[in-house]
Design a protein around this ligand. Sequence first.
Ligand code: HEM
Length: 457
Amino acid sequence: MVGRYCLSQLHNAYKDMRHRYGPIVREEALGNVPVVSLFDAEAIEKVARYPSRYPIRPPTEISVVYRASRPDRYTNHGIVNEQGERWAALRQTLTKEIMRPLTIARFLPDLDRVAQDFASLVRGRRDASNFVPDLELIVKHLGLESMSTLVLGRRIGALDRNVTSADRELGMRLARVVEQHFCACRDSYFGLLPLWKYVPTQIYSQYKKAEEEFYDIISKLVDDALQDEQDTCACEPVQKVFMSILHAEGLETQDKKSAIIDFIASGIMTMGNTLIFLLYHVAKNPKVQEKLYEELTSLTPAGKPITAQDLRSAPYLHAVVQETYRIQPTAIHVARILEEEMELSGYHLPCGTVVLCHNWIACMDERNFTRANEFRPERWLSDESCAGWKFTPKLVAPFGYGRRKCPGEHFTDQMLHLLLARMVQDFRMEYNGTLKTKFEFLLVPEGPIDLILHDRQ
Ligand code: HEM
């Protein structure tokens, strides 16, 4: 607990602060720099559009301190935490391929197979009442499998139906480690009295342990992929990202390896959480679900490969994904350090101020979206049922903005469209009750995930 607020409900705490104190709120915590929260659309837009060459996102300090203690593994803080020219050089070298729409389009057939394998795995895991008991775990396997396809250019079998108990054990270890990592980031970033900076507290030990365990698990996958690359020298389209990182100039092998591990880590939780949010909203809105099903079946028969053309011809699918990003993004705010003084919401903020742009809370504000609490994909389609509604689409920024925007956006977006399409084609979904969420640096579903999957055919 911090005062009246609890860290695992920080998203609701910020909602409460907006309600109590207005569109701009300054927080001061002992031992930490002051942070200013922005809830107003105009102020957020001003920060988002600032024409920065090297935008500064406040680093996750615990990661910076840890990496500095491991020069055998890291020569820099990584893309997520580096700043200035060093950040720009890493970003340019390591993310060029991942961000190229053509590269991501070439992954489509492979990602569609990942989506089909996911649907087939959850079908097999249902109990007699069509409930999938370990969905939270399976979506982490999905995150790992899709990230491995993207970044290593190979499938690793995390979604195989006949998993051994060793595979299950590995999946559970991975899930636990990723959760511990994010919770330690949250506690070090938002908690009071950052003692971990001076003595190795429990938070720091937890972070270190999670980081090292994660590195060891993923490192083995990377080493296998490197070995295969030496043995075959083949370059399939699906290996494009892997090859671009391997052959990146000016980087040590250890930097390439840690970048690959960072990319995989970035995708595992975010992808799984967002998929659960998508499935939840579709399951809770039967009319949306049927409309989506009709759109998808008119485009492509169930079981046939989904093409790029199919995705382009599915406006309702796109609207459902956008509406989920609006109402329940996994990254609820975007952080920046101001590079020059700015007038925001009537206050003068000096250069160097840390600001949190609360896009999600602004998206839930009636001033920006009419019937903000309702899940209405139609608002994205200029449907007449939403005529005259307030609509501020630029506030929907689940992947951030500007030059520091998430490099995984195109990939994630494509993967989520495919997954949702496959799930809606294969199942009629229902959800018992209301999905709870908690804040673990990201917004994550709080289990159990009570999703029921009825076969369509
Ligand atoms: C649902 C999935 C994802 C969400 C919601 C998400 C969200 C975000 C957000 C909000 C940021 C901060 C952007 C900013 O400050 O403007 C970010 C940064 C980043 N993301 Fe993602 N992300 C996702 C998936 C991925 C994937 C799959 C990858 C790997 C390819 C990835 C790699 C990164 C990296 C490396 C950064 C740091 C970029 C930089 O500082 O230059 N993310 N992400």
